[in-house]
Structures are given as structure tokens and as C-alpha cells.
Design a protein around this ligand. Structure first.
Ligand code: ATP
Ligand code: ATP
Ligand code: MG
Ligand code: MG
Lengths: 247, 247
């Protein structure tokens, strides 16, 4: 079982869209896949057609995680998010032992678990990073996004160097790419200079079908499989599987 | 002195872009304006050409806020953000008395103070909401953004009903609007149905000049005053001033 966090403290960079569409694309290759929504906003739960209850918070009340899992409108299973997660954040903050999420998921039998995290380095996100085998970093090719990347990469390296986790950065995914736009090109070139081995080759284009899909409670790869956005996430899934063969 | 928070726990909706450009547009009308960067990412500080030090955290160490204020590359003054703010968040969480920010700013002599908040309802954001006379809510006309708005409006109403603050919601600002896109139209129509009296008439269009400006350490209204994006923020400043006359 591989546990992968989708993380970036910069807001609105496509974390949820990547988590939902990647989970669906991987599930469609007959790999047993679970999506964990760790964001109190519960956006990933919405895109999965799931009710925002039975979140991971219930595990602090003694429930077993298998009782919390819902089937989704897509081909993966889902552990929903929602406002209860704020209580989980407080519980994790006061709990000295780390990796609560990994302990909760340990007995499950999935090939892949993707964790969608909120836009902050809160105790929820830190526990997800500690609990993961790897991290994917979605990034919009804009100036503010570039600023935050070094501090995220450092945070993950510190957690790994302190022996809390074996989390490796699996890669950086360029999202909402608009090829016509010079700013995107400049930032993308900058990324290729600073993080050449981390950048995924697959670029996710800006495509309105990806933004429409959640209002139907579906992943884009399920709502409009022929759209540019959906095809890009299918290609990304293939690239991720190839990268993991060499890890 | 009017203290206004720019807030929305949904990430990437244009909080920083709105805080920076509105502060600059208001300052250009000869009103003494301060921008407070309350985000550990420090994006508003970058757009203001300020060093990410001397944040509000220093007030918990006994420094007076007047010692922390920097001049910006724009026409407003700035209280910078940065990673120290994480320590301020911990201090505020453990401090039972609320409204630390209001107390720190009380002796200053500005016409307007704008506070850029991070994408979460953390103790930093809550203290900003408690310390403010009003809140502006930037919102992208997309499905996930619509989901979070009710919980933010409820949070502010609860703070006000509990007597902690007189914060009123001054309005909702539609950002990154792409008129050609049906999703934007549908969501915008929904907003007009549910929050007719809160919606600003001024729409902020998607305009790459606004996204380029921070890489020059400037507000868009300073970098390219003739651009569509800059003109929209100047119009928004006018609409805000008119709305405040009636408050
Ligand atoms: N490739 C894309 N093309 C078009 N729209 C997109 C794309 N990726 C994401 N979006 C839209 O952009 C917005 C931000 O994306 P999303 O919510 O996935 O980001 P996030 O990083 O999860 O945000 P948050 O920081 O709030 O968790 C959403 O409205 C989403 O529908
Ligand atoms: N009207 C606009 N046109 C084009 N780009 C924009 C516009 N408004 C914001 N942007 C860009 O979109 C991205 C998100 O905007 P911004 O960082 O201001 O949002 P935010 O809500 O402050 O994000 P966070 O939740 O991370 O604090 C930035 O790269 C910004 O430059
Ligand atoms: Mg998200
Ligand atoms: Mg911001």
C-alpha cells in the first residue's frame, strides 16, 4: 500500500482537483484506491458524491476506519472530510505521538491511498506528511506559488531527516497551465532550472471541464473523459506509475 | 480609522491580490492606508517590496507596532508577514483575551487598515475578524468557492452575535471573472440569488497583468495602471468608499 499526500500550503493551486482526478485515473487501472479528504472544506468529498460525515476525527472516538469508508461516485473509495476535521486538528496538536493517520490506515488493503490536504502547514497536514510514503506538489505557474515551494520542500526534508517519516517528494505537478501566457512560461522555465528531477513532464492545462465536474459530484476524468483536462490526468497517472517503479 | 479584513478560507481566490490593489487604490486617493500581511507565506509583503521581518509577532515580545511598520513600493505603509506569524498563531491560540491585533493597531493614525489573511479559519484569521470593523470576501465564481461561503458568513455572524466584535460583512467581490465561461455565469447568478445585497457590482476580470505585478514587487494598479485588472480595482475602491458612506 502506497500512501501519497497531495500538498501545498499555497491556496487554490489544484490540490483537490489533482487528488480527485488522479485517484480516479489510478482506480480505473484496477488498482484498489482510497481518497482521504483531510480538508475541513470537504471539497474532495463533494467531487466524490460523498456525505461530509464519518471523517477521520471519528477514529479519536474509537471507531475503526473501515466503518468510516464510503463508496464514491467515481471508482475509488472515499474517507470524507468536513468541519469535524477541525476537532481532529486540535486532537493531533495535543497528541505527542505522530503519524495518527498512518496508524488508522495500516490495516486497510488498498494499492494506493491519496490524501487531499488543506492550504496550510497545520497539524492535519503535518500528520499526513508524516504518514505518507511520498508527496505530490501541485503548483500553478505563477509568482506567488513559486515563493512557497522552497519552504514546503524544506519542511518535508526536515521531517524525513528527523526520522519521523520516510516521505519522499515524488514530484511537482504544473497545473492550470496556459501555454499562451508568458508568465506561465517564465515560471515553468524557473522550475526546470531549480527542480529539474522533481518536475513531472505531464502538464495539466487549464480546462473548464475540470472546474465543472465537482458540481455534478464527479471527477473530471469521469464527467468528460475526452476533455483535455481529463486526458492530462490520465497521462499523469501513467507517469506516476512509471516513476514509482523506479523508487 | 476603519480596519477591514480580506478573508476567505478557500485558497487562491484573490485575497492577496485584492488586499494589495485595494490598499494601493485607496492610498492613491490621499487616504492614509496601512496593509497588514497576516499570512505566513508573506505574499502581500512581496507585492509591497517589503522584507518579511518585523511581523506582528514582535508585539508579543513587547515591541510597539509603530517600530514594525515599513514603507512599501506602493503608496500605502505595510506591516510585513512571514514565517514568524506561525509563532503569533500559537501565542494567540493560548491567549484567552481576543482582539490582540486591534489592541496593537489602536494608537496608530490611519484612515484605512486592510488585513490580508491566510486561507484557513486559524487563530490568526479569527483574531483579524474580531479586530475588524468589516470584512471583504473575495470569491472566484467556481463551484468549490460557493461551498465555503456560507460557513464563513456564519462564522462572522457568530463572532458578532457573541459580542466579540462589531464586524459587518462589507461585501463579496467576484474575482478572476471570465465572462465567456458558462460556469462563471452560473455561479454568479447563484450569488445574486443568495446574497443580492452583499455582492459588489464591480467585477474583477482575469488579467495577467495582476499576476505579473508581484514579481516586480508592485501592486497591479501601480505596475500597469491602464490594464483592465488595475482599472477594475480602482472602480472597486470607489464602490467601497460609496458603500462605507452609508454604513
Ligand atoms: N486544470 C484546471 N483547469 C481549470 N480549472 C481548474 C483546474 N484545476 C483546478 N481548477 C479550479 O480551480 C479552483 C482551485 O482548484 P482546487 O480547489 O482544486 O485547488 P486547491 O489547491 O485544492 O485549493 P485549496 O487551497 O482551497 O484547497 C477550483 O475552482 C477548481 O475547480
Ligand atoms: N484578477 C486576476 N487575474 C489574473 N490573475 C489573478 C487575479 N487575481 C489573482 N490572480 C492570481 O491568482 C493567484 C491566486 O491569487 P491570490 O494569491 O491573490 O489568492 P489568495 O486568495 O490570496 O491565495 P491564498 O489562499 O494562497 O492566500 C495568484 O497567482 C495571483 O497572481
Ligand atoms: Mg483543496
Ligand atoms: Mg493570499
Amino acid at each position: 500500500m502506497k500512501i501519497i499526500s497531495i500538498s501545498n500550503q499555497k491556496g487554490g493551486v489544484g490540490k483537490t482537483t489533482t487528488a480527485v482526478n488522479l485517484a480516479q485515473a489510478i482506480a480505473a487501472t484496477n488498482r484498489k484506491t482510497l481518497l482521504v479528504d483531510l480538508d475541513p472544506q470537504g471539497n474532495a468529498s463533494t467531487a466524490s458524491g460523498a456525505k461530509k460525515n464519518n471523517s477521520l476525527f471519528e477514529t479519536t472516538l474509537g471507531k475503526h476506519v473501515s466503518e468510516l469508508i464510503q463508496t464514491s461516485s467515481n471508482q475509488y473509495d472515499v474517507l470524507a472530510g468536513g468541519e469535524d476535521l477541525v476537532a481532529l486538528e486540535v486532537a493531533l496538536r495535543n497528541n505527542p505521538t505522530k503519524g495518527h493517520i498512518a496508524k488508522s490506515l495500516k490495516e486497510l488493503d488498498y494499492d494506493f491511498v491519496f490524501i487531499d490536504t488543506p492550504p496550510s502547514l497545520s497539524s492535519l497536514t503535518l500528520d499526513a506528511l508524516i504518514s505518507s510514503d511520498g508527496t505530490l506538489i501541485p503548483l500553478q505557474c505563477e509568482y506567488y506559488s513559486l515563493e512557497g515551494i522552497t519552504s514546503l520542500v524544506n519542511t518535508i526534508n526536515e521531517l524525513t531527516n528527523s526520522g519521523l517519516t520516510n516521505n519522499k517528494i515524488f514530484g511537482i505537478i504544473r497545473t492550470m497551465v496556459d501555454k499562451r501566457n508568458n508568465l506561465t512560461k517564465d515560471v515553468s522555465d524557473d522550475l526546470e532550472k531549480h527542480f529539474p528531477e522533481l518536475l513531472f513532464n505531464t502538464l495539466i492545462p487549464r480546462n473548464v471541464k475540470l472546474a465543472e465536474a465537482p458540481s455534478f459530484g464527479l471527477a473530471g476524468t469521469n464527467y468528460m473523459p475526452e476533455s483535455f483536462g481529463a486526458k492530462a490526468y490520465l497521462a499523469l497517472a501513467g507517469e506516476l506509475l512509471r516513476r514509482l517503479e523506479n523508487v
